[in-house]
Design a protein around this ligand. Structure first.
Ligand code: GLU
Length: 481
């Protein structure tokens, strides 16, 4: 049997981290098994679905490297298929038209509440006579379609993640609505649990892998497979992603969509790597830093946890830094230019040698790409100013002397690593200054701050634009002020 799995996002929001993680598990399983990964857009909620969300989902999956083999298929283009399947169930007597008014259903629920019973549909229209139906139709009532669920059924499956699971028919809420009321006595828009099954049958899905929040749908869907007379696929429910407090991850935790992560400066490789680790662990001896194809070689559901997976920013940042620290300077430059541009910096974007030297300089300190903005501000903004700490350094005894001496000693020709080293040595010796003081003063003068990347390399990059001289003049004014 060839494995066929799918990811079925609803375009009612941007690609969410939970959906993306489910997509990762499906993709890894498909690739491990040499199977197919299918993309289906579940856009039946017309009010909340938006084309820009569909685009965001496609872009996000592509960015992460979750290439799909078939699709995207759109449910809104498949209504005929659903209509036929409903007709099949009606013809088999496994579904029926149900005519309750909202008021009748409310009254039913109130009565159940008063008796301390769980709310459920009491199957009252399951066996209407043709005369009763005709009377409801004559009244102008519009029927929903309900699928029969027998109370005494027991539904079991062997979940790929959670093992043996079992539900009682009586706990499924009574005969379930599979299509809303239509304007005529026809069939109205079909509902989630039904269309998913019809699609999964049509797309020959062998393994339904999705989030744990769908577990309660699975027994209903299994009954629908049986009713439609086809084999039931395997099901696997992956654990939820939790915040540090152990609650379901929400917008308040600062994590929402994959495009947010991208904007925050995470690489696609790091996000894909980290999401794989949210619930799965590689076998002993396999490094935690891996590409998706590498993880696919080892992926199996035995190593997917049942317990919720806690989202850990420190771990994600660490993984991201592992990727950033090993990127070649030209690749890193390509990734950084959009951040510098978004920050409004006016760089010479064609000066690749300078940009790549800068990327190589700050790369080893980056955990996220967006950190490059503050780290390299002094190289893009001429009047960068001085932090309080830097100003305090400039006011130390000896700082003014050091600045003046350096300013006088800078040669007209471009600096090199060696000329800078010589120049510092010379200033220390001639003015009898401590080397540490000279270095700290130069850092404060040239970068405006006491922290930052390598001083000599920073100076070389500034010297390229001739900004080192003007910085020294500004620093001198502070030192003497
Ligand atoms: N459309 C559903 C969702 O976005 C997924 C349904 C499924 O995987 O069965 O949660």
């Amino acid at each position: 049997m060839s494995v066929r799995v799918r990811i079925a996002p609803s375009p009612t929001g941007n690609l969410h981290v939970g959906t993306a993680r489910t997509a990762v598990f499906n993709w890894l399983f498909a690739r491990h098994q040499g199977g197919q990964f299918i993309l289906r857009i579940e856009d039946t909620d017309l009010e909340r679905s938006r084309p820009e969300y569909t685009q965001n989902i496609l872009d996000g999956l592509t960015w992460l490297g979750l290439t799909w083999d078939e699709g995207p298929f759109f449910q809104t283009q498949r209504t005929e298929l659903y209509r036929q399947a409903i007709q099949t169930l009606l013809d088999k007597g496994l579904a029926y038209r149900s005519y309750e008014t909202p008021e009748e259903l409310d009254a039913m629920r109130e009565a159940q509440k008063a008796r301390n019973e769980a709310p459920r549909y009491d199957n009252r229209h399951r066996n209407l006579t043709p005369e009763q139906e005709a009377a409801f139709v004559a009244e102008g009532r519009k029927p929903v379609i309900r699928f029969k669920i027998e109370d005494d059924r027991e539904i079991t499956w062997n979940d790929l993640v959670r093992g043996h699971l079992s539900w009682k028919g009586r706990d499924l809420g009574g005969d379930m609505v599979i299509a809303r009321a239509a304007e005529s006595n026809e069939v109205g828009p079909p509902l989630y649990n039904f269309v998913v099954v019809v699609d999964d049958i049509d797309m020959k899905i062998t393994h339904v892998i999705r989030g744990e929040d769908h577990i309660g749908n699975t027994p209903k869907q299994i009954l629908l497979y049986e009713a439609l007379g086809v084999p039931v696929p395997e099901f696997g429910h992956s654990p939820l992603i939790l915040n540090q407090a152990g609650a379901k991850l929400s917008k308040r935790d600062g994590v929402t969509s994959i495009s947010d992560f991208k904007q925050m400066g995470y690489t696609a490789e790091a996000i894909a790597n980290y999401m794989t680790l949210l619930g799965w662990s590689p076998p002993e001896g396999v490094n935690e830093i891996f590409t998706l194809p590498e993880a696919a070689q080892h992926f199996s559901f035995d190593r997917v946890n049942k317990a919720g997976a806690k989202f850990d920013w420190d771990k994600l940042n660490w993984i991201n830094s592992q990727y950033l620290h090993h990127l070649p300077a030209d690749t890193l430059t390509d990734l950084l230019i959009p951040y510098w541009q978004t920050a409004g910096f006016e760089g010479d974007w064609n000066d690749r040698p300078w940009l790549e030297r800068l990327a190589a300089l700050i790369g080893p300190s980056l955990a996220r790409l967006d950190e490059a903005i503050e780290m390299s501000r002094y190289l893009f903004v001429q009047d960068v100013g001085f932090t309080d700490e830097a100003s305090a350094q400039l006011k130390q005894d000896g700082s003014a002397t050091a600045i003046q001496a350096v300013a006088t000693a800078i040669p007209a020709e471009p600096l090199t690593d060696a000329t800078i080293q010589d120049l510092i040595k010379q200033v220390v010796k001639e003015h009898n200054l401590k080397k540490g003081l000279v270095m700290r003063t130069l850092r404060a003068s040239l970068t405006g701050s006491m922290q930052g990347p390598d001083l000599v390399q920073s100076w070389l990059l500034l010297n390229h634009h001739g900004w080192d001289r003007s910085r020294l003049q500004q620093a001198l004014a502070v030192a003497q002020g």
